[in-house]
Design a protein around this ligand. Structure first.
Ligand code: BG6
Length: 458
């Protein structure tokens, strides 16, 4: 049997934008997803926007009962900044306060530990209008929002995260055009990354000053970078991919500083952000108490076959080509490689290079298109998902056995949810969502997950 400690956190994660719906009621201000959908709805799969996400705002009480039924002892969601502060700062929206307070209380009543994240790609429009993360002032507004959340909910929330996958809003928003503001501007990307690391550190500072007896961390999507071969050129390519994809946030968050090699590359390309020594000191002195790791796929790279175009805007891939490993296993619906052993490599990396800090898997999952074809007697038989979880948990258990300080495993996600530009194309849930009726039906994996927690393993 693959066993986990008795007090191991088993649960799942979602985010406010992807689950709440109700984007235009009860005083919520617009976030960049509302704005982008208004401007370019054709970019969203089937033209489904954030207003129509899985109605958690309305149904949270019965949804929390479903969390119980599927064996959750913990659950992560996020607080929407623009629901709390429609203008990004100023007067707090009392309806939002009442909603989140009730959600967290209801979870506690049902013995479900709330893990609460403060930013999941959802910049308020009012903040984006003054430059978003490019503007140092927005960092202060975020810190004030974070402080208010700690003051309002810190008595019942004891596990906080400052950001979810910060590298994603950097890359997707400022290099690759998968997130608003859809810029291709490497200089802005570096500034946004620096300001995000600073915002996280400032929130940690505020939290620690309040002495509420909980812990605060950050959620990073770690994608271990593997070289094609041991050839020194391939190894170097992987080392640089690792710097951009993982160390760019892992190092400031856990060690309070950037890898000198990353700084050297940023300088070489004339991309250094504006910063002050005072802000560097904030990053240095306010590191995380624990770490959340989202793991979906590795990154495989090799030395570039051709010279980069010197005129093209800088991308990290200036230093490497993607490598397609023969025989790799794929999730064809998402186009992501499935490599369960990566979770073990992450566990050992954290143990050996990051002081064996406490950490947990905060997302791991498999999105599948057209799941209705697996329905038997009314229930979706998602055996592929159960296999996916088992394979990853097996490697996670090996990492724990080797001494890595992992305290939990959260899957993505609980109820099928809206996936940004992919909307409802790929379904990830333990529970099926009927888009027409909003009815929820537990999948085979949901019942399996319940057994997993009950037995502390499988
Ligand atoms: C993570 C995010 O990157 O992966 C989630 O934290 C996201 O917000 C999940 O939904 C799955 O990715 P996608 O793009 O298929 O929804």
């Amino acid at each position: 049997m693959v066993k986990f400690p008795e007090n191991f956190y088993f649960g799942s994660a979602t985010s406010s934008t992807q689950s709440e719906g109700a984007h235009s009621i009860d005083g919520k201000g617009k976030d960049i997803w509302d704005l982008w959908y208004e401007e370019e709805p054709f970019k969203f799969h089937d033209e489904i926007g954030p207003e129509n996400t899985s109605t958690f705002y309305k149904n949270y009480k019965s949804d929390i009962q479903l969390l119980k039924k599927t064996g959750h002892n913990s659950f992560r969601t996020s607080i929407s900044w623009s629901r709390m502060f429609p203008e990004g700062y100023g007067e707090v929206n009392e309806k939002a306060v009442a909603f989140y307070r009730d959600v967290f209380e209801e979870m506690r009543k049902n013995d479900i530990e709330p893990f609460v994240n403060l930013f999941h790609f959802d910049m308020p429009v009012a903040m984006q209008e003054i430059g978003g993360w490019e503007n140092r002032e927005v960092v202060n507004h975020y810190a004030a929002f974070a402080k208010k959340c700690f003051e309002l909910f810190g008595d019942i929330v004891k596990r906080w995260f400052t950001f979810n996958e910060p590298i994603v809003h950097v890359e997707c928003g400022y290099l690759q055009q998968y997130h608003y503001p859809c810029k291709v501007d490497p200089k802005a990307a570096v500034q946004v990354a620096y300001h995000t690391a600073l915002a996280s550190a400032l929130a940690i500072k505020e939290y620690h000053a309040l002495n509420q007896g909980g812990k605060i961390g950050i959620v990073l999507n770690l994608t271990p970078a593997y070289p094609r071969s041991e050839n020194p050129a391939d190894v170097k390519a992987a080392q640089i991919a690792e710097l951009f994809a993982n160390k760019s946030f892992l190092d400031p968050s856990v060690k309070g500083e950037y890898d000198p090699m990353l700084i050297e590359i940023i300088k070489k390309h004339d991309l250094m952000p504006t910063y002050t020594e005072e802000d560097n000191a904030v990053i240095k002195e306010n590191t995380v108490d624990f770490l959340g790791v989202n793991y979906y796929q590795p990154v495989r790279v090799c030395a570039r076959a051709s010279l980069p175009n010197p005129e093209a805007p800088f991308m990290p891939s200036y230093y490497y080509d993607p490598y397609v490993m023969p025989g790799r296993k794929m999730n064809p619906y998402r186009g992501w490689e499935i490599y369960p052993r990566g979770i073990y490599d992450i566990a050992i990396n954290i143990k050996e290079n990051y002081g064996n800090i406490e950490w947990m898997i905060t997302e791991n999952g498999m999105g599948v298109e057209n799941e209705e074809r697996f329905r038997v007697d009314g229930q979706i038989q998602d055996d592929y998902r159960i296999e996916f979880y088992k394979d990853h948990l097996t490697w996670l258990a090996k990492g724990i056995e080797a001494g890595s300080n992992c305290v939990g495993y959260h899957v993505w996600t609980f109820i099928d949810c809206w996936s940004w530009l992919n909307a409802y194309k790929n379904r990830y849930g333990l529970i099926e969502l009927d888009l027409e009726t909003q009815e929820r039906r537990i999948k085979k994996s949901g019942y399996w997950f319940n057994e997993l927690n009950k037995n502390h393993g499988f």
